[in-house]
Design a protein around this ligand. Sequence first.
Ligand SMILES: NC(=O)C1=CN([C@@H]2O[C@H](COP(=O)(O)OP(=O)(O)OC[C@H]3O[C@@H](n4cnc5c(N)ncnc54)[C@H](O)[C@@H]3O)[C@@H](O)[C@H]2O)C=CC1
Ligand SMILES: C[N+](C)(C)CC(=O)CC(=O)[O-]
Length: 482
Amino acid sequence: MSADRKTAAIIGGGVIGGGWAARFLLNGWDVCVFDPDAQAQRKITAVLENARYALPMLYNTALPDEGSLTYCETISGAVQNADWIQESAPERLALKRKVYQTTQEHCRADAIIASSTSGFKPSEIQGCATRPEQIIVAHPFNPVYLLPLVEIVATDENPPEMTDRATGIIESLGMFPLRVRAEIDAHIADRFLEAVWREALWLIKGEIATTEEIDNAIRYGFGLRWAQMGLFETYRIAGGEAGMRHFIDQFGPCLQWPWTKLMDVPELTDELVEMIASQSDAQSGAHTIRQLERMRDENLVGILLSLKTRDAAAGALLNTHEARITQPPDTSGAEPITTLNRNVPIDWTDYNGHMNESRYGQVFSDAADVVMALLGADAEYIKGDNSYFTVDIHIRFLQETRTGQRFSVHSRVLLGEGKKLRLYHKMLADDGSVIATGEQMLIHVSLKTRRACEPQPEILAKLESLAAAHATIPLPDHLKDT
Ligand SMILES: NC(=O)C1=CN([C@@H]2O[C@H](COP(=O)(O)OP(=O)(O)OC[C@H]3O[C@@H](n4cnc5c(N)ncnc54)[C@H](O)[C@@H]3O)[C@@H](O)[C@H]2O)C=CC1
Ligand SMILES: C[N+](C)(C)CC(=O)CC(=O)[O-]
């Protein structure tokens, strides 16, 4: 384990613990897992495979180097060096309390112990603990490696400094800590989810709708709205020009009619359970859970990437995290510059099952943007009506690459003189083999006249110095006569 790496202990490695393990590992933490189930390792391996495929696709930069994963046979072994301990054991209070007692006998007093509990209040899980001040609720959402929300719930026992530290750590994992103001059963989000679920059970029991029809009502309609604006912003717009006040005026009285049966819970008789389970089998039984997870993850990645392009909602969070983890390119020596280091996202794949040829143009264009920024021809410079246009590009496609695969681009200046900037990019797979090369000619232009012109002197000076440094790098054979 490297000295500056943090360690997370995952107590309970099921659906949620596995997701937490992946979130920590892919953000560079070392992870120690304790789970008494002999199948836990196999299950976590499957979750990790999903996470390694999906999470890196959200970023235009590589995630930190993955941490190490260790399976421990005891809670004491898992927690002894941990900075963060995430308890994701079954939702049973007595069992969780026992876990905390054992954990606190062996963990550091400054470690944060966080519970994934969906419903227990932090004061309930702190009860019986030796050091209640060390325990908070950090309630995540499935899949933990993709969904950013974590509800942070503390009590007066928790020093504010500790809760702030916990919040900072959650942010550093690319997640969104939602500080719940006061403890309450099931926090904030699960109260909605339970209300929706309860109503859906009534609709099935009354044979008004099947599981599939209920899912259609969500995914073709309000589910799409919720992902980007939530409830209140959506309803504000639904009130028309008069906004929220008109919305409440019009629909407020419906709450009294009532449209829902939310106060009651249908009894989960064997008959109702069988009805739901067989409808669910008919709806989705053709797919394994792993296949459904992959479909879910690919759809989530698509939605998140779209929000990221618009810098909205969870997409804005991704942009912030990306800026935090992006390593500045190293231009210190006479070496090509690593201009890109990322994974092939899902939407770059075509009907041949590999990265479509149009995306190579995007890769080299993105790499050229990094070189431009290094020269000082960045967004600010472009605002001053100066920029570069590509006038020629020659791409050699040397091998296939597919969704999820990591690649880097090494770029060098072949010519940097006056208006001319000629670049050579090499797109490399993780094993160092060349996927593609691109020779790109750019011309400096005035965005006012749309004609070629000399760059500003400070840009030219940097360009000439980079060109001189790169001139010492031997040319690849196919460029020797050009
Ligand atoms: N499944 C979900 O959608 C969500 C669940 N949660 C919460 O996360 C926690 C875990 O839930 P899931 O992962 O869904 O359950 P799960 O059943 O998938 O996993 C629980 C794991 O805990 C292990 N375990 C059993 N006894 C243990 C012990 N004494 N010490 C350590 N591990 C033990 C089990 O072997 C199992 O692998 C619960 O508190 C739940 O409310 C939170 C968010 C979402
Ligand atoms: C069903 N559940 C209460 C365990 C759900 C959660 O706690 C959060 C989620 O992922 O939906």
